[in-house]
Structures are given as C-alpha cells and as structure tokens.
Write a protein that binds this ligand. Sequence first.
Ligand SMILES: Nc1ncnc2c1ncn2[C@@H]1O[C@H](COP(=O)(O)OP(=O)(O)OP(=O)(O)O)[C@@H](O)[C@H]1O
Ligand SMILES: O=C(O)c1ccc[n+]([C@@H]2O[C@H](COP(=O)([O-])O)[C@@H](O)[C@H]2O)c1
Length: 193
Amino acid sequence: MKIGLYFGTFNPIHVGHLAIANHMAEYSDLDKIWMVITPHNPFKKKSSLLDNHHRYQMVQRALEEYPKIEASTIEFSLPQPNYTVYTLVHLQEKYPDHEFCLIMGEDNLKSLHKWKNYEAILENHEVYVYPRISEGVIETRFDNHPKIHRVAAPIMEISSTAIRNGIKEKKSIRPLLPYEVFQYLDEMNFYKS
Ligand SMILES: Nc1ncnc2c1ncn2[C@@H]1O[C@H](COP(=O)(O)OP(=O)(O)OP(=O)(O)O)[C@@H](O)[C@H]1O
Ligand SMILES: O=C(O)c1ccc[n+]([C@@H]2O[C@H](COP(=O)([O-])O)[C@@H](O)[C@H]2O)c1
C-alpha cells in the first residue's frame, strides 16, 4: 500500500488539517493517509502543548467518519524531539511492504533544508507538497526535484495557534474545529488560561 504520512503537532487538529488530509485521500494516488501526532517537533517549544494522549484523542475523534485516514501514535515511543528521518526508518522496518510518502505544506518545504538528514528523506521517499501562505522562500535546490510533487489542494488559512489564542480570549472558534474536537476541548477546558 502507498501511505501518505501527514505529520503534525495537532495542538489541536482543525478543519484546515482535515481538508488537506481528505483532499489527499480523495485526489491523489495514496491508498491511505496516516496522521502522525508528533510529541515534540524539534523546531517548536513545548509550552502550551497538550499531552500526547489528548492530541491523539482529538485526532481520532475528528477521523471517525473518514475510513481512508487514520491517527498514528508511532512517534509516541520514539526518542524526542522527533526527527522525521528516524520515524521513517522505524516505519519502513516495521512495515516493509508499504511505501511511505510525506505530505507537507509549503511552509514546511521552506525549512526542509534544515531538517536532520533531509537528503536521506528525499532519497527514499516522495514528498507531496500543497500550497500554504507563509513567510520565507523555497530553496532553489528543491526546484524541479524529482521526489517533490506539487498538489493543488485548497488553501485554508487556519492555524492551531490562532485557535488557542481565540479560546484564551473567549472568542468563538467553533467553525474552525471538527464538532467532536470542539466538544472535547470545551468539556476539558483546554487552552482557556
Ligand atoms: N490551515 C492549514 N492548511 C493546510 N495545512 C496546514 C494548515 N494548518 C497546518 N497545516 C499543516 O499541517 C501540518 C501540521 O500542522 P501543525 O500541527 O503545526 O498545525 P498549525 O496549525 O500550523 O499549528 P501551530 O499554529 O500550533 O504551529 C503542517 O505540515 C502544517 O503545514
Ligand atoms: O526531522 C526534522 O529535523 C524536523 C524538523 C522540523 C519539523 N519536523 C517535523 O515536521 C512535522 C510538522 O511539524 P508541525 O509542528 O509543523 O506540525 C512534525 O512531525 C515535526 O517533527 C521534523
């Protein structure tokens, strides 16, 4: 099977994430999408980060109606911070019959040259990149790269940061979250202080 790995902190998962995952599941050659919840992105501070378990619960609840998309906890048992190259090696050893591809927004492509062993990632895996409005430029080394494929997915400018800030400021952010995620956050009183 050809699996698209959609890595993220998902603090929390929002409808922008879901729209991308669904677009990839429906309009690409990928058989399945695994949303990999990252305990600790090497480029991000851990402050205001909910426990892995809660972020996983929200991803799982958001995906109940999407049979082609699954939540993956594979990084929970790997060393932190989570370097994607190690996760990919681990997954390929565990599932030798699957072909793993990466799904990322243009914002991540702009920093890919700073990722640990990014050359090894590109040597062994295809990368599907969808448009996302963000600062910075894409390194010329990635222009016309044979392993990097552009996907015309919709652009939805929503971020988990804006959602967390909105909740803190007592704004309604309800349309930005899948309903089950909104319910969970609200019941648990997350991000309110
Ligand atoms: N609105 C969106 N549309 C498309 N891709 C998105 C959107 N928000 C996040 N992504 C992408 O989803 C992946 C996981 O994102 P992440 O969990 O960091 O969400 P985020 O909203 O950017 O979070 P934060 O604001 O906390 O940094 C990243 O590859 C990121 O580029
Ligand atoms: O491997 C790296 O060097 C590396 C550097 C920065 C980010 N990543 C991964 O990229 C993924 C997207 O992160 P995020 O927080 O933007 O959703 C997440 O799984 C991070 O661990 C990986």
